[in-house]
Design a protein around this ligand. Structure first.
Ligand code: S3P
Length: 464
């Protein structure tokens, strides 16, 4: 991704279609050492821009993730009328339009690889009397949008057109008076919950979303921070009921974005599996709905120490000291999935190095991510000599107790997390592990390679 100088606006990359794939391999590395701070959280970065668009006044954002996904959302905010400006790396300003006052985008919105940007913005557009078209790359065009369109239609949004099976390109005609609805989400999805809440902002009544399993709560927290009246109460054993009063007066705020735990996950697992490693990952967001991976790794015997726990930008954060550890297999309950949904690929890599079997339960949502991650992870393990099987929605990985053969070329299927996870595997496998394309890593973690190299990771061109 272009690293523009201070004052310049950086632009998202292309949809990657035209560029030749760039393979990369990772080879056994000496113990990883040093300190690093991963870039800003992707979920919060999208939401900070969107809240800036929907508030009145000037929102300033520090630590924004400048990955392609988030840059697409910044472009979409501009298309809806906001002035979005980059002052310096990670430091951005949004002059908002105010909820209810967005402009009709002049052209179809291209979200590239970004499911979060697409789905949240569908909610935003749905609550306005404007027509907008949502599109993206080949991966995004395979992802289900019906789950978002169903509640929006109940609120009065018209789906003008959609590709087969409720997929992008989707054209929506929103409504200036969204009906207040009470909606129980059929899948634990923060994107779905957020789309409904964002559409409900312009509703004359109260919008209620009930989730059986709590998903990440950044939208709720940020809505409250920008001045909305929103109440969150427990519902059932793991669920939540969220009630939002429509038509709040949203006022611009300053947002500080903590480091992304989903990006930190790669260095974290790398340090656990590479013998001799001892690293510190700084400023990692420890929101309880995002740290299922850390809970699981601790159960597996990982040596992860939380240092300097503090609050930054309204979120719990800590520095994590991580040392090489002998891991053992565990049984990961399905109820934990929402708190680590993006971390299963890298957990599977940790499981491959553990002693004994790891069973990860209830992974149906992995099939509809940037790729079918359940299949992609299983294939990636296979080509690197790791015994694994899929039983229903569970993935079972047989650990090699510190020994993984490697030597495989992993198909990344336009999926950044598959790419980074298998590069991590190669840092500790006997033979190097390669991926077919690094291109998509820039969607969420453009400085992955340089940060990992800073810790001592060995990457290079795979030999033909
Ligand atoms: C996200 C929610 C999750 C996650 C995605 C980011 C968000 O998706 O996988 O990377 O920011 O709301 P789902 O809501 O589909 O589970």
């Amino acid at each position: 991704m272009a690293q523009g100088a201070a004052g310049q606006n950086v632009a998202p990359g292309g949809d990657h279609g035209g560029q030749p794939p760039q393979p990369l391999q990772a080879a056994a590395s000496a113990g990883l050492k040093g300190r690093m701070r991963p870039p800003g959280d992707k979920s919060i970065s999208h939401r900070a821009l969107i809240m800036g668009l929907l508030a009145t006044g000037r929102t300033s954002i520090q630590g924004l993730l400048e990955g392609d996904d988030v840059l697409r959302t910044a472009e979409a905010c501009r298309a809806f009328g906001a002035k979005v400006e980059r002052l310096a790396p990670g430091s951005w300003l949004v002059d908002g339009m105010g909820a209810g006052s967005l402009l009709q985008p002049p052209a179809p919105l291209d979200f590239g690889n970004a499911g979060t940007g697409t789905r949240l913005m569908m909610g935003v557009a749905g609550g306005h009397a404007i027509t907008a078209t949502f599109n993206g790359d080949a991966s995004l065009r395979k992802r289900p949008m019906r789950r978002i369109l169903d509640p929006l239609v109940l609120m009065g949004v018209e789906v003008v057109s959609e590709a087969e099976g409720g997929r992008c390109p989707v054209t929506l005609k929103g409504t200036a008076v969204p009906a207040p609805i009470e909606y129980r989400t059929p899948v634990p999805s923060a994107q779905l919950k957020s789309a409904i809440l964002l559409a409900g902002l312009n509703s004359p009544g109260r919008t209620v979303v009930i989730e059986t399993e709590a998903s990440r709560d950044h939208t709720e927290k940020m809505l409250a921070y920008f001045g909305a009246k929103i109440a969150v109460t427990p519902d059932g054993e793991h669920g939540r009921r969220i009630e939002l009063e429509g038509r709040p007066d949203l006022r611009a705020r300053e947002v500080i974005v903590p480091a992304d735990p989903s990006s930190a996950a790669f260095a974290l697992v790398a340090a656990l599996i590479v013998p001799g490693s001892d690293i510190v990952i700084e400023g990692v967001m420890m929101n309880p709905l995002r740290i299922g991976l850390i809970t699981t790794l601790l159960e597996m015997g990982a040596n992860i120490e939380q240092l300097n726990a503090r609050i930054e930008g309204g979120e719990d954060v800590a520095d994590l000291r991580v040392r090489h550890s002998r891991l053992h297999g565990v049984d990961v309950p399905a109820a934990r999935a929402p708190a680590m949904i993006d971390e299963y690929p890298v957990l599977a890599v940790a499981a491959a190095f553990a002693q004994g079997e790891t069973r990860m339960r209830g992974l149906s949502e992995l099939r509809v991510k940037e790729s079918d991650r359940l299949a992609a992870v299983s294939e990636g393990l296979n080509v690197n000599g790791v015994t694994n099987r899929i039983e229903g929605d569970d993935l079972i990985v047989a650990g090699g107790d510190g020994m993984v053969r490697g030597g495989g070329m992993v198909a990344t299927h336009l999926d950044h997390r598959i790419a980074m996870s298998f590069l991590v595997m190669g840092l500790a496998s006997v033979r190097p592990a390669a991926i077919d394309d690094v291109g998509m890593i820039a969607t969420s973690y453009p400085i992955f390679q340089s940060q990992m190299e800073g810790l001592g990771a060995k990457f290079g061109k795979p030999s033909a």
